[in-house]
Write a protein that binds this ligand. Structure first.
Ligand code: DO4
Ligand code: MG
Length: 277
């Protein structure tokens, strides 16, 4: 089952058919421990429709959080970019530690959705997208859905000093999620793949694919740490970390297109831009 947010309400995709729910209250609609069962039970009362609407960011007022260094590839890339600052050892430690790296990524109003721009910072020379499976957990901490996330990152700013992480990671349109909230009956399969393609002037400049079973940590473990000393009145999104890092000579440019595909969920496409004041 997939939920798409549109201007007039919510479109539910179920068994290759589309149903319209006139609710404008995304927060309330998705924040349920038995989300799949509740929506399935409601479908017989909904009208089937043709789907040709513009898709909005699948978010209400939820916060977007992110996990770091959950894959070996991310650990290696971070250790390399921070070697001159002396901080490389911290990435190695956090990969092994019991406590994961979790950080605040974006408010809903700062995030981008499908086909919207993602920004690179004007004060950074080394910017990359990070394609990440993104969990949606209800207020009680139950994982009830998934989406695709792009954790845009300024590698030179983070590499200079790890205390600059919030500036490397949290700025206008540094987070993109979409195209839908995927709500399966049971947890997403461990062999789920993530593919990222970057297109520049109609040419492919990066292509990579990984499987989420390469991740060091469990989804439930990340959510358990996130919920330890915080509550989320409308649920929360949590990006689960990246395993696809372009080589060190690569940096995004304005007008690059970033395409991230997770077959169960769909494809999230964003074009790179810079913020205008
Ligand atoms: O430690 C910095 C952030 C790591 C991250 O975003 C990732 O591993 O995906
Ligand atoms: Mg990341």
């Amino acid at each position: 089952m997939k939920l798409y947010k549109i201007a007039k309400g919510i479109i539910i995709e179920f068994n290759e058919k589309y149903y319209f729910k006139s609710s404008l209250d995304w927060d309330n609609f998705v924040n349920k421990d038995n989300l799949y069962q509740q929506i399935k039970a409601e479908i017989p009362q909904l009208n089937e429709i043709e789907f040709g609407e513009e898709i909005l960011t699948p978010i209400g007022t939820q916060e977007i959080w992110a996990s770091g260094v959950t894959y070996m590839r991310s650990r290696e890339a971070r250790m390399e970019e921070s070697k001159d600052s002396g901080a490389a050892v911290f990435y190695s430690h956090v990969y092994e530690a019991e406590r994961p790296e979790l950080f605040f990524k974006s408010s809903y109003f700062r995030a981008s959705g499908p086909d919207e721009p993602v920004y690179i910072r004007k004060d950074s020379q080394w910017n990359v997208p990070e394609p990440e499976l993104t969990l949606f957990a209800s207020t009680s901490g139950k994982i009830v859905g998934y989406t695709i996330g792009n954790d845009m990152s300024s590698r030179d700013i983070e590499g200079e000093n790890p205390l600059y992480l919030p500036q490397a990671k949290c700025y206008e349109r540094a987070a993109a999620i979409g195209p839908c909230l995927y709500v399966p009956e049971s947890p997403i399969a461990p062999d789920t793949t993530i593919t990222m393609t970057i297109i520049r002037k109609e040419k492919e400049v990066f292509q990579g694919q990984i499987s989420i079973n390469q991740m060091k940590r469990k989804h439930t473990e990340l959510i358990e740490f996130l919920f330890r000393e915080m509550h989320f009145p409308n649920g929360v999104y949590l990006m689960t970390g990246t395993c696809l890092v372009p080589d060190d000579t690569f940096s995004l440019q304005v007008d690059d297109q970033v395409k991230i595909k997770i077959p169960e969920i769909g494809e999230l496409t964003n074009t790179v831009a810079m913020m205008r004041k």
